[in-house]
Design a protein around this ligand. Structure first.
Ligand code: YXS
Length: 259
């Protein structure tokens, strides 16, 4: 069974996450397939990409594949982590990527949806930022993705509680663009994609790249970055980090001791 399905309709590309057995966890093989599909869509000069799960999905994506997270003593979200590659590929794709959300969205998948240019979701969708639940020290560019998706107080609420927020609230907060009934999700998203595809691809592409550069331009001194990396290392070298991953694998609640 392929991990993703792809199709092209007019000049719109569709990528369907197709690994429900693992709740579309963003494993290295699945991310590699998504990136391959984006490269193919880039070659075809498609004007919009829609990233979705299968119709009726209860889980859009369960986030980073926890089984691929390093046990300890290695940055779990370093530059070459598959999730980091995926985020960068979405952000630099030369046309808008629409996240069409049906089902729940977790952790790295929440960042993936937020890295997309537009989000259309159904009322039963939810969005959860989960590092605190697992004990992961999220990375700097990932935090910027969240900060560009929601006001800081909401980012803190999502990051500190690790609780899902409902799509209805996300739409009210401006975190997603549209909230549509599940029966209208596909036609609505297709209409939105067609509207974009009818406009100038060159103008849109350069505005997308400008917005990426401007949104990512955050003041952080070299010393500030080194301090953050040192703090993150304390976390991923900690017993709590190991406990969080072990507890996930053992399907039990973690017991964090702060060390
Ligand atoms: O036991 P089997 O082999 O059937 O596999 C189970 C789960 O282990 C697997 N699975 C995952 N495998 C790797 N990584 C994952 N993130 C992941 N999520 C699920 O899929 C099979 C079916 O899962 P199950 O039985 O739990 O399904 P369910 O329908 O009862 O529940 C669906 C979820 C999504 C509510 C549940 O699977 C869940 O809570 N998953 C974890 C969501 C989460 O915390 N994701 C964050 C991953 S870590 C991450 O993204 C970043 C590093 S961070 O944490 O920093 O944001």
């Amino acid at each position: 069974m392929p991990l993703i399905l792809t199709s092209v309709e007019e000049n719109i590309g569709f990528i369907t996450l197709n690994h429900d057995e693992k709740r579309n966890a963003l494993s290295e093989p699945l991310v590699r397939d998504i990136i391959g599909a984006l490269a193919d869509f880039r070659r075809q000069q498609l004007r919009v990409v829609v990233l979705r799960a299968r119709p009726g999905a209860k889980v859009w994506s369960a986030g980073h594949d926890v089984s691929e997270l390093p046990e300890s003593r290695r940055d779990p979200l370093g530059w070459d982590d598959p999730l980091r590659h995926l985020i960068r590929e979405i952000e630099t794709f030369p046309a808008p990527v629409i996240a069409m959300i049906e089902g729940t969205v977790w952790g790295g998948a929440c960042e993936t949806a937020f890295a997309c240019d537009l989000i259309v979701a159904t009322p039963k969708s939810t969005f959860a930022v989960t590092p605190a639940k697992i004990g992961v020290p999220y990375n700097v560019s990932g935090m910027v993705t969240f900060m560009n998706a929601a006001v800081l107080r909401i980012v803190k609420e999502m990051a500190f509680t690790a609780q899902p927020i409902a799509a209805e609230r996300a739409e009210r907060l401006g975190v997603i663009n549209y909230l549509v009934p599940v029966a209208e999700l596909e036609p609505f998203t297709l209409t939105l994609a067609r509207q974009i595809a009818a406009n100038s691809p060159l103008s849109i592409s350069v505005m997308k790249e400008q917005l990426r550069i401007l949104a990512g331009a955050r003041p952080m001194s070299p010393q500030g970055f080194e301090r953050v990396q040192g703090l993150r290392r304390i976390v991923y070298d900690s017993q709590d980090y190991r406990e969080g991953i072990q507890a996930f694998k053992e399907k039990r609640k973690p017991v964090f001791k702060g060390s």
